[in-house]
Design a protein around this ligand. Structure first.
Ligand code: ADP
Length: 530
């Protein structure tokens, strides 16, 4: 392989591979950064949802506290008659207690527990308040400052295990404060009070589960059928420290999303890589073509110079001889004039070929189409070539088709194409000097073909020989000089006539070039049809 081409190939490959590699690395790493951003957004969103659930339970309890505040402070109604309807209305509250600031005078209100003097509950509540004295003092000082706070009381009691205790301070002007509290059935509160709220917030997009921390029991789920992703985000309920809220996305988890995104990226990267490789391949192919063309062009210059130099040298030699009067016999003079004429023709041919080619390249070559007889054109060419060919020792056969082969063509261009084929047949014949020219009609085409028994062309070269400047340079037999323009010109001419050129050839077996022109029905055929 050409070393320049090899270098270009390797650097191109390196560039493509580097691009692919860095792109892949960036993209594979990028998701982890993106993921964090997504996770953060979700976490913020989920936090907001959890906050709103918590806020709602806070609001509900605050409403209860203010109701009790009003009921207890009302001078018109006794507590014993005012509180039971409140309890009936809010079934989650199982017990209400009222105590003085020393925790000695305790009153109980409940529709479920025994609240009589002998109740075991009073000492228990007294004990509970004493244990949480610090919290109560804080609540009292807040209350003094004008803030009504609620505080969960902690102390396990097997009898009230399923209930959560919440306490707050009641204070009337000029009187000592009272400690009040609710024992709430938390499960009921969550299911009946928070449940509808959770349903409204989630709008079917999230799964919110409330879990009892102690025994990991699911107290509530807005989607009982779905298994929640507990790792996602969870928050403790402010007023019920033993419970936490967990949230997950319905039907989706972050991992699933990440996997989906990763797959999309993977396919994208694979697709892009494929395109890059394809692009690299095309660039390489084009460069290869250009390099080949550059080499072919430089060969062309040296070939053409050689082709021009030979006739010029001969011409100058014979002219000099004639000028010096050294040739005496008329026969010899005649012979020299013939050589001079032949060599000038050769030069003209070469120059014409180059000019025609440059016209063709510039798209300026014009054809004048007229109805002509292909047999007649070929016959004319043969007549002018006959002597020349026989002189070179060729056996020469012309087999004209016996129909009238009328085609729409440019007379000069068709002659030029046939002459080029004949030239090649002469140039590329070695020992067996036989040329056959045939015309006729086949498969709707009117054709002229030129066959030789020369060096032939290997099938893998069949396409390339029609490329401009291309010459088959390998092989010991190939010593003939040429420009590599002949067949490119022939192909251009025949294609301008909407025809095609066929080649049948193999190495060492000779070649047949056939020019096919879109044919009309021959006159004899038409007569035959009638
Ligand atoms: P050149 O000026 O080299 O003859 P052409 O375009 O006419 O340029 O031909 C291109 C190449 O095709 C030639 O270099 C030759 O290798 C091959 N070729 C053309 N005609 C023949 C033929 N009749 N027999 C064998 N090889 C041929």
């Amino acid at each position: 392989m050409n070393p320049t081409l090899k270098k270009i190939g390797i650097s191109l490959l390196a560039v493509v591979l580097l691009a692919i590699l860095s792109y892949a690395i960036i993209k594979i790493n990028a998701p982890s950064a993106d993921e964090k951003a997504i996770e953060k957004t979700y976490a913020d969103q989920l936090d907001a949802i959890l906050f709103s659930v918590n806020q709602y339970s806070e609001d509900v309890v605050s409403k209860w506290v203010s109701q009790i505040d009003t009921l207890v402070g009302s001078p018109s109604k006794s507590k014993a008659t005012a509180i039971p309807p409140f309890l009936t209305e809010n079934t989650a509250i199982k017990l209400i207690f009222l105590s003085d600031s020393t925790f000695n005078q305790i009153q109980l209100y409940s529709q479920q527990f025994d609240t009589s003097g002998s109740s075991y509950l009073k000492p228990y509540i007294g004990q509970l308040l004493t244990t949480n004295k610090e919290k109560i003092d804080k609540l009292a000082s807040y209350r003094k400052a004008g803030y009504q706070k609620k505080q969960p009381l902690t102390e396990k009691n097997p009898l009230l295990d399923s209930l959560s205790a919440l306490s707050f301070i009641l204070q009337k002007e000029g009187r000592p404060y009272q400690v009040c509290g609710f024992f709430i059935n938390t499960d009921l509160f969550i299911q009946e009070v928070l449940g509808p709220r959770i349903q409204a917030i989630t709008q079917d997009k999230f799964i919110i589960t409330v879990i009892n921390k102690a025994d990991q029991r699911f107290v509530y789920s807005n989607e009982p059928g779905e298994v929640p992703d507990l790792n996602l985000q969870s928050n403790e309920l402010w007023l019920f420290p033993g419970y936490y809220l967990s949230i997950s996305i319905k039907g989706q988890t972050i991992e699933k999303l990440a996997k989906q995104r990763f797959n999309t990226y993977l396919y994208l990267i694979l697709g892009l890589n494929f395109l890059l490789i394809l692009g690299g391949f095309f660039v390489y192919r084009n460069i290869k073509k250009e390099v080949r063309l550059a080499k072919i062009k430089s060969d062309f210059v040296s070939n053409v110079s050689h082709e021009i130099k030979t006739p010029l040298a001969l011409i100058s030699m014979f002219v000099e001889t004639l000028q010096m009067g050294r040739v005496q016999s008329e026969d010899k003079k005649e012979e020299y004039y013939n050589i001079l004429s032949q060599e000038t023709d050769r030069l003209t041919n070469i120059v014409n070929k180059i000019l025609n080619f440059s016209q063709m390249e510039a798209g300026k070559r014009k054809y004048t189409f007229e109805s002509i007889d292909l047999n007649e054109i070929v016959c004319n060419v043969m007549q002018s070539y006959d002597f020349h060919l026989r002189n070179l020792g060729f056996t020469f056969l012309f087999e004209p088709g016996n129909e009238l082969l009328r085609i729409e063509a440019d007379r000069e261009a068709v002659s030029e194409a046939v002459i080029n084929l004949l030239d090649n047949a002469v140039k590329y014949s070695s020992e067996q000097k036989e040329i056959k020219v045939k015309t006729g009609m086949k498969e709707g085409y009117t054709y002229v073909e030129v066959s030789d028994k020369g060096i032939g062309i290997a099938p893998k070269e069949h396409q390339a020989v029609f490329d401009k400047f291309y010459r088959v340079t390998h092989g010991a037999v190939h010593n003939t000089k040429g420009s590599g323009l002949g067949l490119a010109l022939v192909k251009h001419i025949v294609e301008a006539h909407k025809g095609r050129i066929d080649l049948v050839s193999n190495k060492g077996t000779g070649s047949t070039f056939r020019l096919c022109f879109p044919g009309k029905y021959s006159v004899s055929k038409l007569l035959h049809l009638q």
